[in-house]
Design a protein. Sequence first.
Lengths: 267, 267, 328, 276, 276
Amino acid sequence: MTKSEKPIIQIKNLWKEYGDNVVLERINLDVYEGEFVSIVGASGCGKTTFLNLMLGTEQPSRGSILLDEAPLDPEPSTERGIVFQKYSVFPHMTALENVMLGEEFSKTSMSSVAMGRLIGRAKEDARENAMAILEQVGLSQAANKYPSELSGGMQQRLAIAQALIKKPRILLLDEPFGALDPGIRKDMHQLIGQLWQEQKLTVFMITHDLSEGFLLGSRLWVFDKTRQDSHAPERFGAHITFDIPLSTGKSGEEELERLKATELDVA
Amino acid sequence: MTKSEKPIIQIKNLWKEYGDNVVLERINLDVYEGEFVSIVGASGCGKTTFLNLMLGTEQPSRGSILLDEAPLDPEPSTERGIVFQKYSVFPHMTALENVMLGEEFSKTSMSSVAMGRLIGRAKEDARENAMAILEQVGLSQAANKYPSELSGGMQQRLAIAQALIKKPRILLLDEPFGALDPGIRKDMHQLIGQLWQEQKLTVFMITHDLSEGFLLGSRLWVFDKTRQDSHAPERFGAHITFDIPLSTGKSGEEELERLKATELDVA
Amino acid sequence: EKTDFKLAWTIYVGWMPWDYAAASGIVDKWADKYGINIDIVQVNDYVESINQYTAGQFDATVMTNMDALTIPAASGVDSTALIVGDFSNGNDGVVLKGDKTLKDIAGQQVNLVELSVSHYLLARGLESVGMSEKDVKVVNTSDADLVAAFSSDTVTAVTTWNPLLSEITAQPNTSEVFDSSMIPGEIIDLLVVNTETLEANPKLGKALTGAWYEIMATMSGTDAAATEAKTFMAEASGTDLAGYDAQLASTKMFYTAAEAVAFTHSADLMATMQKVSEFSFDHGLLGEGAPDATFIGIETPSGVYGNTSNVKLRFNPAYMEMAAEGAL
Amino acid sequence: MTRIINRQPSRYGRLALGFLPFVILLLVYIVASDARLAENSADKLLPSFQSFADAVVRMGFEPSKRTGEYLLLNDTLSSLQRLMMGVGLSAFIGLVIGVGNGMVPYMRSPLSPLVTAISLIPPMAILPILFIIFGLGELSKVVLIVIGICPIIIRDIQLRTDDLPPEQLIKAQTLGGSSWQIIVRVVLPQIMPRLIEAVRLTLGSAWLFLIAAEAIAATDGLGYRIFLVRRYMAMDVILPYVLWITTLAFAMDWSLKRVSILLFPWYHGTQGGGHD
Amino acid sequence: MTRIINRQPSRYGRLALGFLPFVILLLVYIVASDARLAENSADKLLPSFQSFADAVVRMGFEPSKRTGEYLLLNDTLSSLQRLMMGVGLSAFIGLVIGVGNGMVPYMRSPLSPLVTAISLIPPMAILPILFIIFGLGELSKVVLIVIGICPIIIRDIQLRTDDLPPEQLIKAQTLGGSSWQIIVRVVLPQIMPRLIEAVRLTLGSAWLFLIAAEAIAATDGLGYRIFLVRRYMAMDVILPYVLWITTLAFAMDWSLKRVSILLFPWYHGTQGGGHD
Ligand SMILES: Nc1ncnc2c1ncn2[C@@H]1O[C@H](COP(=O)(O)OP(=O)(O)OP(=O)(O)O)[C@@H](O)[C@H]1O
Ligand SMILES: Nc1ncnc2c1ncn2[C@@H]1O[C@H](COP(=O)(O)OP(=O)(O)OP(=O)(O)O)[C@@H](O)[C@H]1O
Ligand SMILES: [Mg+2]
Ligand SMILES: [Mg+2]
């Protein structure tokens, strides 16, 4: 874990409300470059909402999020890469085209601005970069296949490759392996762990699978409501009730044991 | 495991071919009342095809399946209950109506034959029976909800309740928990294990999750192709390469250890 | 024996009396007198009513002399003109935009209902100034849309009938360069009855003729009854009494049976039918089997035009004569 | 938010923007109408609002001199009756044949190609034949609507029946259902909301065929009236009639949607959510 | 298999059953036609097959005596040209406005209610206005088709654009795409096969409007010919023309499907599999 001087993400007294419904409240946290934050919590407690705030598709009701000490762009941008559980790749493009798209959007040439396409030399370069990334995620054989011809696991590899080509400052993952079979999940864990370490990524990953969170994360956040009003459940929002540093590479069970030993309550 | 004198299911030299594609070949097995058969195998190896043969939606190309020593009805009937991974319940009926449907189809009265409905006293009886079964699967609170208002796990409970009302001789499950979250799966395992033991069901369950198969089954079948022709992969079909008796109630890992100790090859 | 008969009529100045006849009970009165039932049916689409008659759905239908020849007669349905109701005397006309004469039509597009009496009128008009259809371009246009079409800049010449004609000439800057009063007696409005049915059921002919001339008598008056009848007809045709009277003014109605009988007996009728036959043949309307204009025989009191062994259209004044003699 | 695809107008902005084009159209009409009327005060093409009001009063609120009926009311009732019969019959036939084709292979084999062939024939082209077979009465108008929209409904319902998960039908069989019981309890109730959708989709065509049929053979009805006064280019009657038809069409569409939401809450809850 | 819903006819049985209703229809026609012709040999309502053959030869393979043109060819070319222009223009406008409405809230707010209102107006009823604005030439025929089908295509495309997973659009934004780039590279290519589907769905209506337009004012075209020869009840010409139109409609539908499969294999691979 490389802790640089300044945090890459600073969350300052963040609140999010939809009308009367308080979803998130009082979140204050710093995240440093290279951290892998696993996010867990009950269904509907606001994990995706938090990710949307990071992403810029939703705006905080109060408070702010700073990226490299500057307020976040209020709409999605290349600084923040994302992989969803589904629909992250474009079905009408081959794997290679999917990965090249990021570079074709670069607006360095007229053809990119006007048509979202590169031509000539620039296109060749983009293709080479894309192939290199496909290689990394083990998809070089499938470069010319459409997503519908790929298995669920391969599609998620592709989504990751696609997000990485823009070298985002932070990578957001919303249950990226939730729809995969257990066997395939294991491979994906290996891949994401490896990419994280090789590329010094800063990752936020939501998961429903606690052991997955333990296994991959360098830090685990538990979202929960501590204040409850049984007559008006929407009056209070969730916040981060536990922020646990993890030593990575251990299995969930081992980690749990370790934490229990340190007498922390992770009910 | 209660072994009665006669097997409930006898599979005799079963083959299934689609045109030139041999899917299953040379399957010979007996299953006794009260057994819980977990079925595992690679994707596309013919597990669902086998279940379809048991169900009667497909007919054997060669050989036969006997239920209580008589050939199977060549179409689905009340002797064989089924729960699929999805779409097993009727979205336009409440949970209660879904469970009552089996009795309303009983054809004991004119209204049942003509409209598939019961009236008066018979309807009350059916309602009571249905409520009792909903109680067993823990859905009595949700009796008047539509499936779309239920969570994935509750829908599968409902599907099981619905299948049980006809007291089928055998219960077929095709990846019944494949679409559920890991936490919910655990509850379902408990439920199905309990129902199996209480009601002395004979169960066939396909699963992709090996440990689930070990945990629940009293017997594990592995489907695989032993003969391969690399030029014409469709020339040979799969059959049951392993038929492993299990002591139930143990976790997958424990069971694996036990089996490894008995020097059986379960690659 | 057949006692139930059906008559179809469509909205046109000379045929509106049938609507009044049905609504006022006059038809029922005459039908009762002869012990039959006559159902009067309004059809919106003129050609459809004739087609239905030709297919045998109606026993009697109103139509022009030309359409009687080209549709039922050419389809082998032997038809009799039971009542000669009127002829167009300015009710059909050729209109050009601007201050023009008929000669100016050369080279223009003319919007009209192709193969209808308008087409015939145009041909006769062109003939009168030494031109032929080759000198203009005919564009088939549905009658209901002609008025709107004339408002369009792309349309410069039309040929049509009333009430469309008066709507068009009422627009500023138009010239009516030719009209049916210049070919009097050539566009005739008839009540046509299936000959076979009529021969088998003379009662039908008597009842219809009797009813018709009773209305004619009412209509031709100047009293309140006439006004009431004409107001009724005006509203049914979508206009008011003044508008309907204007249309009547350009129609030569035969209010008495005697007039109609005289018209039918005149030798001009045969000459007219010859012109109509020739026009129809030139435009392929007599059917593919017709070798020349005389292929279909047309019987008139003054003789038969065309093939006497293939008479399919008959002008039979017998019933109108009975009406004239008061024998009904 | 800077990308145009991310920018959302406010609630009131949305409302104002929604009215904008209608206001513009109205203004354009007024200007054009004034210009034409200034040139020729008898111009009938773009009547003034006064003429519209007069025509509406005349057609809607004064009894006809000829028959003593209120024409607009009468026309509306006649047209609606024909439309409802045509659409009702189409829906019924569509349901029976569509579900039958979807469920019973021995019914589908002979009927499906026939329905496809019929659906390709332009109904207007065979109008004369229809009139000869069905006469010129109410029946032929209803039949034209049926021929025009029934094949579409049948094919739609057949597709929707096919789309029912086979798992459901198998499950119903394991519960002991006979073919008939399964159709009655499992298939029909699930198809009903889809039938309403199919009807809503074809309602526009149904109006079209109704108007076409009334133009050829009728003595009353909204289409009849429009064609009758078209000879005189009475736009002061035609435009209010068109507006009225549009309103009726909208009201029917809206009611069908309400009825569906009321009767089939399970359909609009989750799986049918996207259908507007 | 005993339940009727489980019983499948064999391959040949299916084929035979499929032909059955057509054979029956043909026989009914022959009997009815013979009966009428026996009574009146000049009957034109149900012509003999000999008359059909003669008419086809005359219209299709002999130059017209009046103009020297091959009428069937000429009519077909004129009609197809109008149809293609109308459908092409509708597809183009539908794509631009539909995608625009679906993607840009500031475009959708004003245009969406307008499109809904227009889609409810029966196009035939406002024909006079169309003539005056667009004249009686080719343009008004094309415009009638456009007004008839374009609102349907727009609404369909708008719905399909809305249905695109928001995840895709967000992902595209995180890849740095501008609104325009996202529309061009992500949205349009995915909407194209759906546009073809929408066009296929509206093709029937397009034919209807084409025939109606040609019936109203034209000098050639398939609809023109049918309505012209209706004046002398030439069913021997009308029926082959109807059959020909049906064939053309079928061929266009089939070609569009092929084109879509060829150009958009990814669409027909998995997600679009169910669309026929
Ligand atoms: N756009 C919105 N408008 C109103 N309420 C919303 C909106 N988005 C989310 N919410 C509410 O915010 C709460 C949190 O939703 P969110 O999707 O963030 O939960 P989650 O933790 O991601 O749940 P899950 O584990 O099921 O994905 C829910 O109560 C939801 O109803
Ligand atoms: N109706 C059919 N017609 C032709 N081939 C079929 C049919 N049904 C299944 N098959 C073939 O049989 C083989 C086995 O399919 P099956 O669905 O039984 O596999 P499975 O073991 O259930 O796979 P999965 O784990 O993916 O569910 C496949 O190769 C498939 O293509
Ligand atoms: Mg979430
Ligand atoms: Mg399977």
